[in-house]
Design a binder for this molecule. Structure first.
Ligand SMILES: CC(C)(COP(=O)(O)OP(=O)(O)OC[C@H]1O[C@@H](n2cnc3c(N)ncnc32)[C@H](O)[C@@H]1OP(=O)(O)O)[C@@H](O)C(=O)NCCC(=O)NCCS
Length: 180
């Protein structure tokens, strides 16, 4: 299976939403992505599609965030959501989307990427639990899920010299998205 990762453009909107819907088997994430793509506070954003032949099988979205109370200026983004359609899962599509996203964001000068996700999945891409590093999510998480809030540094040395609470784009800024 040849997987090609490319930027999702305006005319890909339907394909993007369809991938989200199929991957999560409900409409919530597609609706969130729709709102984020139209949200000026989410920009600049990185939206990538994974293509197999001419079919969209995966999508990843990174949106603008801020670290509040940080003493040093840092460029921060949130990864949400990541979606791979069921029949293309476990074939490396998710991994390729994450890796390409990290590469593009590093080139763009982003310092930190945050994700609220499966603690067993993201560490393979260098993500590590963030709260114990002094990097708080937009809303407090239940104790059982604190490890789901993870960070990946793209600039060596940045972790440890910054701390604070992450403020996300308006469309993501609802308590129900932060329960994991
Ligand atoms: C999670 C998801 C994005 C992974 O995409 P993928 O293309 O299947 O992932 P890859 O092929 O790159 O990697 C597969 C590996 O991830 C693991 N994995 C998949 N989902 C996982 C999960 N929820 N928790 C832990 N590990 C998971 C697989 O077991 C596999 O492990 P292995 O390499 O040791 O065999 C995809 O399964 C998906 O879209 N799921 C439904 C939507 C979802 O839950 N998205 C949220 C992600 S936080």
């Amino acid at each position: 299976m040849h997987i090609h990762i490319r930027e999702a453009l305006d005319f890909d909107r339907e394909a993007v939403l369809s991938v989200e819907q199929l991957a999560f088997e409900r409409d919530d994430e597609a609706e969130l992505v729709q709102e984020l793509l139209d949200d000026p506070s989410a920009r600049p954003l990185v939206s990538l599609l994974a293509m197999v032949d001419d079919r969209a099988v995966g999508h990843i979205l990174f949106t603008r965030a801020y670290l509040t109370h940080a003493e040093n200026a840092v460029a921060v983004v949130i990864l949400a959501p990541l979606a791979v359609v069921p029949d293309a899962q476990k074939q490396g599509v998710g991994g390729k989307l994450v890796e390409r996203g990290l590469q593009l964001l590093a080139e763009a000068g982003v310092d930190l990427i945050f994700v609220l996700g499966h603690p067993a999945y993201y560490p393979r891409y260098g993500f590590t639990p963030a709260i114990s590093l002094g990097l708080e999510p937009p809303y407090p998480l239940p104790d059982a899920h604190v490890d789901a809030w993870m960070v990946r540094a793209l600039r060596p040395g940045v972790i440890g010299i910054v701390s604070g609470k992450v403020r996300c784009a308006d469309a993501l800024n609802r308590p129900e998205y932060w329960r994991e």
